[in-house]
Ligand binder design. Structure first.
Ligand SMILES: *Cc1c(COP(=O)(O)O)cnc(C)c1O
Length: 402
């Protein structure tokens, strides 16, 4: 999006502000669909990346289903108009009660541990189909907090426990229609995926009722210009080929599922804030923003790099700044960044903020969460109001000590 337009949006709606480019979301979905040929590809957008209902509706309009990790995300998806069957429910460490609720809603159920699978089988036998999440123990992911496939990970049923898993399925006559792996976010190269697929093709021989295989996600996007990203086209070509062979050998056309979050929405998002203060210290020059890690946690939580630009003074001389938030603990967005000269009240854009931006925002320091704007079909539309004091007080019950 053009800097000038973003500055206008910041003025129109105020800051801090999340802005999403709907066209970019649509083109990312298209890019995935185009990369896979001759296979029955189904995309299940990972809701947790960005769960604004208008965004979900836009994603539905472009043909994707949803992957949800909580019953609450499922309710958001239903509110957005998704068919329950097109919502894959992939929770971790939830109680059987929540799974029963998901079954009652008609979601597609993905189970990731043997204890719950036994309870599920005991209750439903073969009357409710399910998918099982396997852990193929592929070490991948850019950060241990988001690596989910390694041996010590809490996610999935280990392929080393396959005999136990098969015994449970047989005992209760469970109707397993899908196999799922998700090896973590930020996977650097398609090799990890392709290794995972080989493992799962082998394992699939023990499951006769399969209708789909879900390869999870982890597609990387470029946060820095020189970042290596997942070669989607190469992955699509290779995996389409091996998947077709797999289906042919099985004598059945299965669906190939992916559940990307970041890939679909990250680059569509801009996080806009205003410079409150320029603070020169003996060591550095700080740019202090009217936001903080409460609104964009990734830099502090994952050491994530986000491109930062001064969009209201773009052609000035470049200087070096450390860009920080207003939270009362260290909350740095970027250290020693080159920005065109920053003045108080300038508008700063943080890029790649669509995924895990607003969805991880909190009220820490009792700050209001930002507004969100969706730009689609040439118009900008407010899709979430900025919070107010009423939102902070909403569920509080105030004790009268008189
Ligand atoms: C978080 C998550 C995803 C999405 O990961 P991205 O890196 O955002 O693409 C997909 N599937 C599951 C089960 C997840 O937990």
């Amino acid at each position: 999006m053009e800097n000038q337009y973003l500055v206008e949006l910041a003025q129109k709606y105020g800051t801090p502000l999340y802005v999403y480019d709907a066209d970019k979301i649509a083109s990312q979905i298209k890019r995935l669909n185009d990369a896979f040929t001759g296979v029955n590809l189904k995309l299940k957008y990972a809701t947790k990346a960005l769960s604004n209902i208008s965004v979900l509706k836009w994603i539905k309009k472009h043909g994707a289903g949803l992957d949800v990790v909580s019953i609450q995300e499922a309710y958001l998806g239903l509110k957005a108009g998704f068919d329950p069957k097109d919502i894959l429910y992939t929770p971790n460490c939830v109680s059987i009660d929540e799974i029963i609720e998901a079954v009652d809603l008609g979601l597609t159920i993905n189970i990731d541990n043997i204890s719950i699978l036994e309870q599920f089988g005991h209750r439903y036998k073969n009357t409710v189909p399910c998918c099982v999440r396997l852990n193929p123990h592929i070490m991948a992911g850019g950060n241990t907090k988001i690596s989910t496939g390694h041996i010590d990970s809490k996610f999935g049923i280990s392929i080393l426990q396959m005999r136990h898993l098969l015994r449970v399925i047989e005992t209760y006559n469970i109707h397993v229609i899908g196999l799922h792996i998700h090896t973590g976010s930020d996977i650097l190269n398609p090799e990890a995926f392709l290794r995972g697929t080989e493992i799962i093709f082998e394992v699939a021989e023990d499951f006769s009722d399969l209708e789909f295989i879900d390869f999870g996600s982890g597609f990387k996007v470029a946060y820095k210009e020189e970042d290596v990203t997942t070669d989607i086209e190469m992955l699509g070509k290779e995996l389409s080929k091996s998947f077709k062979n797999f289906c042919k050998a099985r004598g059945k056309e299965l669906e190939l599922w992916f559940e990307p979050g970041k890939f679909i929405v990250s680059e569509a998002g801009y996080f806009l804030s205003k410079v409150n203060v320029i603070k020169t210290t003996p060591a550095t020059v700080f740019v202090g923003l009217d936001t903080g890690m409460n609104h964009l946690l990734r830099p502090m939580m994952y050491d994530a790099y986000h491109t930062i630009e001064n969009i209201s003074n773009p052609s000035a001389t470049q200087r070096v700044y450390t860009v920080v938030g207003y939270i009362c603990e260290t909350d740095t967005f970027g250290t020693d960044r080159k920005l065109s000269e920053v003045r108080e009240r300038d508008i700063i854009a943080i890029k790649n903020a669509g995924a895990y931006g607003f969805s991880m925002a909190s009220n820490y320091n009792s700050r209001y969460r930002p507004a969100e704007v969706l730009v689609h079909d040439g118009t900008d539309q407010l899709v979430r109001k900025r919070e107010s004091l009423d939102d902070l007080l909403r569920n509080q019950i105030i004790v009268d000590f008189e």
